[in-house]
Structure formats: structure tokens, C-alpha cells
Design a protein around this ligand. Structure first.
Ligand code: ADP
Length: 415
């Protein structure tokens, strides 16, 4: 079965074509700057280097058509025709409370995704544009929506509700939803596999540390708490997002600076976090470089980031009544041994002991704790596209099984 995975942003489309036999990535790439000058298609087949083509890409539909053209081209293509694609898996950021699992796309599901646009105005609209464009280009191919929020739908009300008036939850859906669900699911399952234990016996904290960053408490295979909330702004201090702050600061700053709600939101999302603290960069590579040169603000930003992650680890260990493993993933989690070690500093009391030699690694799946560490620590590169493809395959198989059962019943009844 060949699955086409799509992740559509407002001006980008990331894609992978995966042959599920062996989970082999046949081709992957992205389109950038849709609708502006200098739009570009990046395409790489069979693990070869990216081929970049500059061409006008006015909208997502054209983008998807161009990707299909590249996939089927004589020469660099990997399939003969679009008919070889068995299903499409779409990343959808917000599924609200309605979607606790992935879903086949139909009018009703599109309405459900549309309903969540209000609470995910930056993400769901471009996801929907991608879905509609894909339906126009490949109307006969089954399409599945895989939601970032679905994995966290197992949280209990005590974890997902805020200390606001209950009516605000009922009327506006104000609650913690959590994000990065496909990543937390993938790396927690992978950690259980590496530990050769059943995930239903394990309490794992997964640390997805990229530009956006979140932690998840995965107890016996289910998300019981996560640091992002109603939006991806809550929780950890991130590249440019402030994370958890006293909510009164919002009114205070808006009055002091005479700024609108929109401008305030922009500040909290785009110029806060380690960028705002350091005044240097949102990229931890720059911050580590400057900190090593002795820049005090870079050091402060790194310290604050690590301290916040450590506090969450402590609180999630308490929430789960113990801890068996910690997993680091995403850009920073996979690449910075320095940050992983800093976060785990002082966690010996919980039974976490990092092995400095094992931790000296980048982007490779590996246990990074000492042999005698009570709590195991791992670096596990995330693979959200593979989770989307696997879920799409799972739903397609389920549908086929149901159809076959129905046919068998009809045949039996006709006899
Ligand atoms: P997102 O998908 O949220 O945009 P990524 O998971 O790609 O983010 O992570 C990007 C971040 O990872 C960068 O901003 C950078 O801070 C961090 N990062 C990547 N490589 C390194 C590295 N070698 N050392 C430290 N930080 C790194």
C-alpha cells in the first residue's frame, strides 16, 4: 500500500510518499512560499539529494498537482500514475473534543475540522485548504485526517480543565487540548519497544523540544497530561513563545504599552520565549554558542528553558505516581546533548542518571542513561509522517475488513 502524507501550512506543503511495505520513504519534500514570488518545489526521491525548482505556485491545489507531476515524472518519478496512491493522510492540528482518533474525510468530518478553526485560526484553515485541494486533485483516493490533539483526548477533566467558570468550558470549549500528539505517541511507543516492555506497564515523560515545545505524561500508553493547552502557547518557554505566565500580565502590558489584543498575542507568540529573554535568537544553536562565549542573557535563556522543563518533569512524575523513562525528541531534543544533560541535572533523586558518553550523540536513537539508572532516558528521533501513514493504513484496513464482512454476510443471506 502506498500512502501520500501531507502537512499543509498557510504557505507551505510538506509531503512524503511512503510504501507501507517496509515503511520505505519513496519520495519526500516540500513546497515553500505558496502565493508569493520565489515559490519553490523541493523534491527528493529514494533518499537522493533535494532537487529544487523555482516556479509560480499560486495556491495549494497547484502545489499538489506539481508534487504529483514530480512523483509521476519519467526519470525522477517513483510511481507511474496517481492511481498507484492508495490513500492520503493529512496532518490536522486541531480536532477539538470531537476527534479522539483519526477519521476518514467526508463532509461531516470537514465540518468538524471547520468548527475547530475558531480555536486554531492559524493552523486548521490551511489544513482544510490542503484537504479540499487534494480532494479536487484526487477525488477517488480515500483520505484520512490525523489530528495533533487526538492522542491527548484521554486526559481526565481534572487535567484538562482550567480554573475558570465551568460555563466557559461548556460555551466556548475553553480547556487544555495539547498538541504534538503524533510525536508523543510515536516516541513513547518506541521507548517501550526499546525497553522490551509493554507500554501498558510504563510511565513515560516525552519531551518534544523544537521551536514549539511540549511535554507529555504518558501513563500506561495514554496521555494523562501535557504542557500545551488551549493553544500551543502554554507551558514551556519556547523559541519565541512565552509559555506559562501570570494571566494578569496580559492586561497590565496592554495598558502600559497601549497595544491591541492582536498585538499582545503577536508579542506572546512571536517575540517572547528564549528570543525575548536573550535578545539574540530563538535558535538554541546560536544561544549555546553565545552562552559558551559568556553572554549572560544567552546563559539565562538556556537556564530558564531547562529549569521549566525540569519542573514539568517533576510534576509529571508526581502526577503518574512514578517514572520509568524520559524521552527527548525534535530539533533541540535530538541534537543538543548539552540541553538534555542540563535538563536532567539534579534529577538523580528521581532515579535519572545521564551517561555523558552515551549522551554525546545527535539525531540517533539511543539510550542515554547509565546502565544502573533507575529511570531510563532515551534520544528517539520523532517521525510524525510515519504515524500519519500508519494511522491511514490502519483505518483503510479496518474499512476493508468491514466491507468484506458485510459482503460475506450478504452472500450468506442470499444463499
Ligand atoms: P519545529 O518543527 O517546531 O519548527 P524543530 O523540531 O525543527 O522545530 O526544531 C528546531 C529547533 O531545534 C531550532 O530552532 C534549534 O533551536 C534546535 N536545534 C536544531 N539543531 C540543533 C543543535 N545542533 N543544537 C542545538 N539546537 C538545535
Amino acid at each position: 500500500m502506498i500512502i501520500f502524507v501531507l502537512n499543509c501550512g498557510s504557505s507551505t506543503i510538506k509531503y512524503q510518499l511512503i510504501n507501507m511495505q517496509g515503511e520505505y520513504v519513496m519520495a519526500k519534500g516540500m513546497i515553500e512560499r505558496i502565493g508569493s514570488a520565489g515559490s519553490v518545489l523541493k523534491y527528493s526521491a529514494n533518499g537522493n539529494a533535494d532537487v529544487e525548482t523555482l516556479l509560480p505556485i499560486p495556491d495549494h491545489k497547484t502545489g499538489i498537482e506539481l508534487i504529483i507531476e514530480a512523483l509521476t515524472a519519467t526519470g525522477g518519478g517513483v510511481i507511474r500514475s496517481v492511481d498507484e496512491i492508495d490513500a492520503v493522510g493529512h496532518r490536522v492540528v486541531h480536532g477539538g473534543e470531537r476527534f479522539a482518533d483519526s477519521a476518514f474525510i467526508n463532509d461531516d468530518v470537514i465540518d468538524g475540522i471547520e468548527d475547530c478553526c475558531e480555536i486554531a485560526p492559524l493552523h486548521n484553515p490551511p489544513n482544510l485548504v490542503g484537504i479540499r485541494s487534494c480532494l479536487a486533485v484526487m477525488p477517488n483516493v480515500p483520505q484520512v485526517a490525523v489530528f495533533d490533539t487526538a492522542f491527548h483526548q484521554t486526559m481526565a477533566p481534572k487535567a484538562y480543565l482550567y480554573g475558570l467558570r465551568y460555563e466557559e468550558y461548556e460555551d466556548y470549549g475553553l480547556r487544555r487540548y495539547g498538541f504534538h500528539g503524533t510525536s508523543h505517541k510515536f516516541v513513547s511507543e518506541r521507548a517501550a519497544y526499546l525497553m522490551q516492555k509493554d507500554i501498558t506497564d510504563l510511565r513515560i515523560i516525552t519531551c518534544h523540544l523544537g521551536n514549539g515545545a511540549s511535554l507529555c505524561a504518558v501513563k500506561y500508553g495514554h496521555s494523562i497530561d501535557t504542557s500545551m493547552g488551549f493553544t500551543p502557547l502554554e507551558g514551556l518557554i519556547m523559541g519565541t513563545r512565552c509559555g506559562e505566565i501570570d494571566p494578569s500580565i496580559v492586561k497590565f502590558l496592554m495598558e502600559k504599552k497601549g497595544i491591541t489584543a492582536e498585538e499582545m498575542d503577536e508579542e506572546l507568540n512571536r517575540s517572547s520565549g528564549v528570543l525575548g529573554i536573550s535578545g539574540i535568537s530563538s535558535d538554541f544553536r546560536d544561544l549555546e554558542l553565545e552562552a559558551h562565549k559568556g553572554n549572560p542573557r544567552a546563559e539565562l535563556a538556556i537556564d530558564m528553558f531547562a529549569y521549566r522543563v525540569r519542573k514539568y518533569i517533576g510534576s509529571y512524575a508526581a502526577a503518574m505516581g512514578g517514572l520509568d523513562a524520559i524521552v527527548f525528541t525534535a530539533g533541540l531534543g535530538e541534537n543538543s546533548g548539552f540541553m538534555r544533560a542540563k535538563i536532567c541535572e539534579g534529577l538523580g533523586f528521581l532515579g535519572v542518571n545521564i551517561d555523558p558518553i552515551a549522551n554525546d550523540v545527535r539525531g540517533k536513537e539511543r539510550e542515554i542513561s547509565t546502565k544502573d539508572s533507575k529511570v531510563k532516558a532515551f534520544l528517539i528521533p520523532t517521525n510524525e509522517e510515519l504515524v500519519i501513514a500508519r494511522d491511514t493504513l490502519r483505518l483503510c484496513r479496518l474499512k476493508n475488513r468491514k466491507q468484506n464482512n458485510k459482503k460475506a454476510k450478504e452472500k450468506a443471506a442470499a444463499k
